[in-house]
Design a binder for this molecule. Structure first.
Ligand code: AMP
Ligand code: MN
Ligand code: MN
Length: 316
């Protein structure tokens, strides 16, 4: 199946992804946007997303992302990438009202939404899946750059276990378009500002291990975020840093989003299915990387998450 067959008769198309967009979300949304604009020059193609982090400014036409939403508008086709309709944020009503609703994703926790559901949980990233839904000869350097960013961000630069032979083949095809992949990896994945490094250091310093050192947890409060003058986008990567500690099976990181409200990120080495833990609290994700939003105190949240984790690790 090719994506163009699903949308070629549409006069208006909207594309969107999840709130707090990560590299795969931004790369997929922009890759598909650039592709459809090129393939369907007569169609109106719009892209809606929360403003991405500045590191993604290297993606061509990223300034065309719209954050103002006219919910009365009815699109012929609405395509949701890298999530289900429950994490669309303000673009949610546009999806509901669209003539045809397409969902392309790789989250095991997503049963699919809309009229056309392409959810492949064995894909490293939505960007990898999108590559196979495009005609390779219609891809250009700008589209390839966007898709490549999606793949490297969801695979930790082709390192996590979600990296398959197909992931590497797609990455190999993409770098043939000639963008500076080494620079893109450095600038979008590894490089951190000084304050980002400081707050990561602080979160690591204040982390605590429990469950016989098999779990590690840390938290960033609003006060800390105010002190370092950082936002949620600056906390990317902290949970992965906790997960690399020797003998840790499961890492938990949370930051305060409101009064008694925390955004929780979970990572595991595979011995805990963190998607199932996150789903208990209305979230989701993958076996080794998942997230949810929890209400309650920091300590209550740790207690509640620990129950599901301890069960899986056979710890009484
Ligand atoms: P994060 O910890 O936010 O980096 O998320 C890890 C993985 O879980 C990513 O693939 C997210 O898209 C997914 N995820 C995070 N939060 C949620 C949620 N509330 N519902 C479904 N999936 C989520
Ligand atoms: Mn994502
Ligand atoms: Mn993804």
């Amino acid at each position: 199946m090719k994506i163009i067959d699903e949308v070629k008769n549409a006069a208006s198309i909207a594309i969107s992804g999840h709130i707090r967009p990560d590299g795969d979300c931004v790369g997929s949304v922009m890759g598909l946007y650039l592709y459809l604009k090129k393939e369907l020059p007569g169609a109106e193609v719009d892209v809606f997303l929360e403003k991405p982090a500045e590191i993604f400014d290297c993606i061509s036409h990223i300034e065309e992302i719209k954050s103002e939403i006219n919910t009365d508008k009815i699109y012929d086709v609405f395509i949701v990438l890298d999530c289900a309709d429950d994490r669309l944020g303000d673009a949610g009503p546009l999806f509901e009202n669209a003539g045809k609703r397409i969902n392309i994703d790789h989250h095991i926790s997503n049963p699919g939404c809309g009229d056309v559901r392409i959810v492949e949980a064995d894909r490293s990233s939505t960007a990898e899946l999108l590559y196979d839904l495009m005609d390779a000869d219609k891809i250009d350097r700008e589209i390839a750059t966007a898709l490549y960013i999606g793949i490297i961000h969801d695979t930790g630069v082709l390192r996590y276990s979600n990296t398959s032979p197909r992931t590497l083949q797609v990455a190999a095809e993409l770098i043939k378009y000639g963008f500076d992949f080494s620079d893109i990896i450095q600038k979008t994945f590894y490089e951190k500002t000084y304050v980002q490094t400081q707050i990561m250091g602080r979160a690591v310093l204040e982390s605590v291990r429990f469950m016989n050192n098999r779990c590690i947890v840390s938290m960033v409060s609003r006060r800390m975020m105010d002190f370092y003058q950082v936002g949620p986008k600056d906390l990317e990567g902290i949970v992965n840093q906790l997960q690399v500690v020797k003998d840790v099976d499961c890492a938990i990181f949370m930051y305060e989003t409101g009064t008694l409200e925390y955004k929780v990120s979970l990572r595991s080495n595979g011995s805990v299915d963190v998607a199932s833990v996150a789903m208990k609290f209305g979230g989701g994700g993958h076996v080794r990387a998942a997230g949810c939003t929890m209400n309650g105190t920091y300590h209550d949240n740790i207690n509640n998450l620990s129950k599901g984790i301890a069960e899986q690790l056979n710890i009484k």
